[in-house]
Design a protein around this ligand. Sequence first.
Ligand code: ADP
Ligand code: ZN
Length: 763
Amino acid sequence: MSTQTQIESFDVKSSGKEKSFAEVVFNLPLKEAFTYNIPPNLLGKVLVGMRVLVPFGRRHITGYVVNLIDKWNKDITLKNIVELPDTEPIVGKEILTLTKWMADYYQSSWGEAIKCSLPAGLDEKGQNISHQLVKYVRLAPVIPDENEIVRLLKRSPKQKLVFDLIKKKEISLPELQTQISKSQAALRCLKDKNLVEVFTEKKERETLVPEGTMTKPFGASLTFTPEQKAVFKKLNTAIEAEQFESFLLHGVTGSGKTEVYIRCIQRVLEMGKTAIMMVPEISLTPQTVERFRQRFGDRVAILHSGLSQTERYLEWKKIRDEKVSIAVGARSAVFAPFKNLGILVIDEEHDGSYKQESNPRYHARDTAVMRARSLNAVVVMGSATPSLESTQNTRLGKYQYLSLNSRVGERMLPLVSLVDMKREHKEFKNFAMLSGALRSAIRDRLSRKEQIFLFLNRRGTARFVFCSDCGYVLECKNCSVTLTFHSLEDRLLCHYCNFRTSMPDHCLECHGEVIRFSGFGTQKLEEEIRKLFPDSRVTRLDRDTTRGRDSFANMHRNMSAGNIDILIGTQMITKGHDFPNVTLVGVVHADLSLNIPDFRSCERSFQLLTQVAGRAGRGQVPGKVIIQTNNPDHYMFEFVREHDVNAFHEKELKLRQLLNYPPFTRLIAIEIVSENEVQGQNTIEKLGRALTRRSSAGVEILGPSKAAVYQIQSKFRWHLILRGKSMQALQNTLLNCQELNELKSASRGKIKLSVDVDPFNLL
Ligand code: ADP
Ligand code: ZN
């Protein structure tokens, strides 16, 4: 087995002589590639980028071929490749290079990075991708005449829609789902009426691309505003130059950024190239999807978490086989296996969901920039509240700065006012969740039949359950966090590990009788609202009320149809929605995100509040935003009130520089999670000493320290942070640290080590 791997030599049959050895990497925390012998029956068939089934220890596992070599002069006898599940490479050369970079940069193994770039539907067992069972539907062999069909379908437009589609051509069930959402029930009825039949195909087949759609002209586009026009001109120049260039498009909510992306993508398609459009998972709402479908029809593959593994795989395959030209999706869309990429768009580039919080802990925005660079493509990162990292990059000249300063159609930015909740308590003796000001504003909008958003970033009814005698607070037995009361289920819930327990009838500490609630959550807010405004139609949107896409879609429909007066929600309601009749946004407790012990908490609060505020007044009526807080003097609020992102950046960047935090330094966070508290502590201390010994000049070691949430699911967590101006110096320190590498390959179960490069969350 060898440890040397180069990815330059992709030429498979260059010498005319078949290469006899393959270098293979695995989805395991092992840095090396392993060399295997290619048996005579597979000679010439094994290609770089294919999966192989090979003996490993006492098992057979799937690996990825990353290189072929013709010489082997070491003394070790090589094992044979056992099976070759693929007839063609599943990882192209370009993605191989990208994943190699990811592995090096984000400190994972190459195999882990490759695995992460592939759709989940491609399983690990080495099952042949072209032999999945897929269900198809076609017309029944005998169907009634035209008139009878019309009669049968008269009262169900949905069934008629599905039937008409199937009539054109047989179609796979996943494809049917993509084309007509929630078509299962209609399909079942059609089956019951003996109009269609479902059958199973063993072989993978062409996915349906209705004739003509690939060449159909794009949907009507709007006439650009002068600002949009100026921005598009710059982007278009870069697109036509076919040179790598990265742009930060800073535009207030509703300034027409999406319209600009669409036009850029259209331009790229006209040039015969392809495009990736990334949005945070939470913004993959029917609204966004619909907008791309309308413009680009069947040229779009949509990758979202609601798809089954087979569906994900089929969408991925459509991209790989060039059946589509655009991939719209969350983080993982950055790996869409397009061959001729012209543009990568990252909407809401500041969003935390672009950072994967499990190994490999890549950042999709930064990965997209790397990918674009190697392909000479254009990257557009858009946001109403850009991250400080990207802002700093524009100042350093790494990204070009573009801006859209006004909302389309002269719609005004909302008026933002603050309510001091401490004063509300002291002077007005009001201990309810809503201040007098917010209450009367709600009453006012209700009387005018306008809609209201109430934002509160915490679920449940009450944060604490505590004993009023001794002050004992109920905590999760597995995690160092307080339990939250959920009144509907009448249970206490841990928001970290989902531990559930019933309300105790006396204090567990002093046996005192009185148990009290303190705090608040979306559910409690809903109860309060229903009491105050019994005639209003209230809907709540949070993780307890949403299960998948449907609840989103329902909420959308009801909001648009005016069936909801007050929408209460967590972060979920902040993005991807555009309802013109929402004229009031209330932020019930703005301090939650501000109190999180993380150097980014102020930046995040600013982004969150600005985004929430952006939901107000998108129609003809100017919006109003009321923010309730216990810290009205915090400097951040002033910038939210003025909608002054640039001034906020100015201030916040100065602070970051003063405190030596990113973007002025780089960080690598190391975490140890241990079942045994003492063992964990010993390990992290030993590692801290080792890193200090190995660290090169300009590398600071912070910690070790207990994590902010020290205990999760009965496991204890410690952190070490490397900080320095040069990422290379940080990376070198890790590479030189033998102790770290040993811990990493042994990392599992009892003591787990993880490395997070450019960490986004420091909790
Ligand atoms: P953003 O992505 O910046 O929030 P959008 O692109 O979603 O902004 O635009 C906000 C609204 O304005 C959308 O309803 C969009 O259809 C509309 N819009 C965008 N550009 C134009 C334009 N040039 N003319 C008319 N309406 C536009
Ligand atoms: Zn817990």
